[in-house]
Design a protein. Structure first.
Length: 438
């Protein structure tokens, strides 16, 4: 209430003898204050009237609407996400050696067959090394032939020496026998007997030495043969490796498929084991799906998946689940990669193309359901307008669960048989109750 004390005091002062026009001015000032207060009050009341919820049941009349009844049904519990079409098995072809690209026979996107040449590397150095290695191998074979020939002659010569020594020893033994007989008849002297005995001993040693010499020659040749086998094997392997390298310099496809990438051009220098091309079968594809981490525990191997490619729904099955999560730079939430294998790969699928996927993780029986509709995107997912059987619809708080195609699960707030407006709520979402025009 405005304070009027001073106004009344001034009025009484004027009546005691002050000028009459002073009292008139006081009344005029009082009128301005009252008008201002009334204006402010009107503005405040209007402001709150605009912002306050409209509870008047006749404030809004809905003339056209769609409605549906809450029913019970068995629905599929699905995990929905997005992903891309990926190559399932691809062949990454590596350069077999450091070299220069001589010729490229194909282009990216070409269809190739198993064994078809893709790239030819320069092999000039390899071919020269092959000539040198082949010459060294041939020389080793000639040296081996010469060694074997010499060995054969030595063994034959030593065999002759052994036979000669055996004959000489036999003659000396015969002579010793005769000398012993003569000595017993006192015809031969003791010195002759000793000489005959020494002759047998010397010839025995000579025979043993001839045999030992042959054994030494045979043992040495065995070592030579062992070394030769190792040396020739090394030289032969060097030749084989060079031939393989020359053959590998013609880089070929290891499968029937399509060239998805080609990383070299004629004249390029490539390093050993660097990637030069990727070949894959375009029909051998899979879907890589990014599942939110808060739902990955519901997904298991073998779960059926419906992959939607464009307007086509293709059945698939969960074949693998990553053991770690991935966080995108554009999002704070993490996802886990799930791979789905197609039962029949669609020919229209494009590698790298985006897809949507619904993974079936369970079945809910006797679930309360409503058809999906515009009411779900009206800015308030927790409310619906329930038709009360007359010409009114009342706003009611509800909670929704999973969706199954064109159906959404009602978790709480509604009962079977309730009729709900399923058209858009944008025009009256702030009203607690609306009128329905019959």
């Amino acid at each position: 209430m405005p304070n009027t004390e001073l106004i009344f005091e001034k009025s009484r002062t004027s009546a005691a003898g002050g000028p009459a026009r002073n009292n008139a001015k006081g009344k005029k000032g009082k009128g301005f204050v009252v008008v201002a207060i009334i204006g402010v009050a009107i503005v405040v009341v209007g402001f709150f009237a605009v912002l306050s919820p409209k509870t008047d049941k006749s404030a809004y009349v809905l003339k056209m609407w769609n409605e549906a009844e809450v029913t019970t049904a068995t629905i599929k519990n699905t995990v929905s996400s997005t992903g891309v079409i990926e190559l399932k098995n691809k062949e990454t072809i590596l350069a077999p050696q450091t070299s220069q690209v001589k010729t490229v026979f194909v282009a990216s996107g070409d269809t190739v067959t198993n064994g078809q040449p893709l790239i030819q590397l320069v092999t000039t150095d390899l071919e020269w090394n092959l000539v040198v290695s082949q010459s060294a191998y041939d020389e080793a074979l000639r040296a081996a032939t010469m060694t074997d020939t010499q060995y054969d002659f030595q063994v034959r010569q030593q065999d002759i020496n052994i036979k000669t020594a055996e004959r000489n020893l036999a003659n000396a033994q015969s002579n010793l026998t005769q000398t012993q007989g003569l000595f017993q008849r006192n015809i031969a002297s003791n010195s002759e007997l000793v000489a005959a005995q020494n002759s047998v001993a010397d010839l025995t040693d000579s025979l043993d030495l001839s045999k030992l010499t042959k054994e030494q020659t045979v043992a040495q040749h065995a070592i030579t043969l062992s070394n030769r086998v190792s040396d020739l094997a090394q030289k032969k392997k060097a030749i084989s490796d060079l031939k393989d390298s020359i053959a590998a310099a013609t880089i070929r496809s290891g499968m029937n498929g399509k060239v998805y990438s080609l990383d070299v051009a004629t004249g390029d220098r490539v390093s050993a084991y660097s990637s030069v091309a990727v070949v894959a079968n375009p029909k051998d594809i899979q879907a890589g799906i990014d599942v939110a981490e808060n739902r990955i525990n519901e997904v298991k191997l073998g779960d059926p998946v419906t992959v939607t490619i464009g307007d086509t729904a293709v059945p698939a099955t969960v074949s693998s689940i990553a053991s770690s999560a991935t966080t995108s730079s554009s999002s704070s939430s993490s996802t886990i990669r799930v791979v789905a294998d197609f039962k029949n790969a669609p020919s229209s699928a494009i590698v790298g193309g985006s897809v949507s996927a619904d993974i079936e993780v369970g079945i809910i029986k006797d679930a309360l359901t409503l058809p999906r509709g515009p009411y779900l995107s009206s800015g308030n997912y927790a409310s619906v307008y329930v038709i009360d059987g007359t010409n009114r619809a009342t706003k009611k708080t509800v909670s929704f669960g999973i969706t199954d195609g064109t159906t959404i699960q009602v978790v709480s707030g509604l009962a079977a048989g309730d009729k709900v407006i399923t058209s858009a709520y944008q025009e009256y979402i702030n009203l607690a109750q609306i009128q329905l025009q019959k």
